[in-house]
Ligand binder design. Structure first.
Ligand SMILES: *Cc1c(COP(=O)(O)O)cnc(C)c1O
Length: 298
């Protein structure tokens, strides 16, 4: 059986700002699910792993950038559940700590020129067409099975909330969260924070899986200049947050979504008495290797 016996509690965090604005804020600790198969990456992978096992595949093939949490999660999950794995890495050959961990978990890395990388199905077919043991997992674990896994974040909630916050890369996690809310007949406003510039496309992505977007708000102004970019303001926020809660955030995803939450609270975006749940989607590996950038500022 492919499963993790994980623990993702809902934990209240405190701040004078929350008292002043009369809101309560909780964090869903998906970062505690697993150190490397972390957060939403476990939820997004789970049903693909099961499907691979049920169809007797023993080799997982997936795709990602050189700092992709999804590559690392797939490598660790493959090792844990007895698959071999190959990762196509976008762009020229590089070395970093994340890719080293992928290798330690037995993943074979194939660096792939950007033009060729674009057509993932063709890459898979060219390398593994005759190998019936190989299982294709899209970049970031996208797709219907990934959305289904993310709905469980909602069905396992122990408390009710008025608002829910999450960071978005592709929007798959947010799509699953919205679907989970509608399946469970809950009444919650979902706030999604794209970490890329021009994040409006997330709305289309979410619409593929959800007809009714009346409970959904996209906050596109918190990308901090773009994917994997940051500013001193963001790093200072991460520092203050981590030092006052004991919970780490990364600058690529969760730093931006939690910043957005604090900023909107300070601007009276939420009615008094609101209970807000911020999803900690994990991905803490993103702060390693950033010592230089951080140390200049904190
Ligand atoms: C991948 C990732 C996301 C983005 O998830 P999507 O489903 O692509 O929107 C958010 N947070 C963290 C920590 C991630 O690693």
């Amino acid at each position: 059986m492919i499963d993790l016996n994980y623990y993702s509690p809902e934990e209240e965090i405190l701040n004078p700002l929350f008292n002043q604005k009369e809101v309560k804020v909780f964090v869903k600790r998906d970062d505690l699910i697993h150190p490397f198969i972390s957060g939403n990456k476990w939820r997004k992978l789970k049903y693909s792993l099961r499907n691979a096992r049920e169809t007797n595949k023993n080799h997982l093939v997936t795709f990602g950038g050189a700092y992709s949490n999804h590559l690392l999660a797939t490598a660790a999950a493959a090792a844990k559940f007895g698959f071999s794995s190959t990762g196509f890495v976008r762009g020229e050959t590089v070395e970093n700590d994340l890719l080293m961990l992928c290798r330690l978990f037995g993943m074979k890395l194939i660096f792939t020129e950007r033009g060729i990388y674009k057509d993932k199905q063709k890459l898979f077919d060219d390398h593994f067409r005759d190998d019936h043991n190989s299982y294709f997992i899209d970049e970031g674990g996208a797709g219907l099975l990934a959305v289904e896994g993310c709905t469980e974040l909602i069905s396992e909630l122990e408390n009710s909330y008025n608002h829910l916050f999450c960071a978005c890369g592709t929007g798959t996690t947010a799509a699953g969260i919205l679907q989970g809310i509608s399946q469970n007949h809950l009444n919650m406003q979902v706030h999604a924070v794209p970490v890329l510039k021009n994040g409006e496309f997330i709305r289309d992505e979410i619409q593929k899986y959800n007809e009714n977007l009346s409970e959904f708000t996209l906050h596109t102004e918190y990308h901090f200049r773009g994917y994997a970019k940051s500013t001193p303001e963001l790093i200072n926020f991460i520092h203050t947050f981590s030092a006052s809660t004991g919970i780490l955030l990364d600058p690529v995803y969760t730093g931006k979504s939690f910043f957005a939450l604090y900023d909107l609270i300070s601007k009276d975006h939420f009615e008094k008495g609101s209970k807000i749940l911020a999803i900690h989607t994990g991905g803490l590996f993103g702060i390693l290797g950033m010592a230089k950038k951080f140390n200049e500022l904190i």
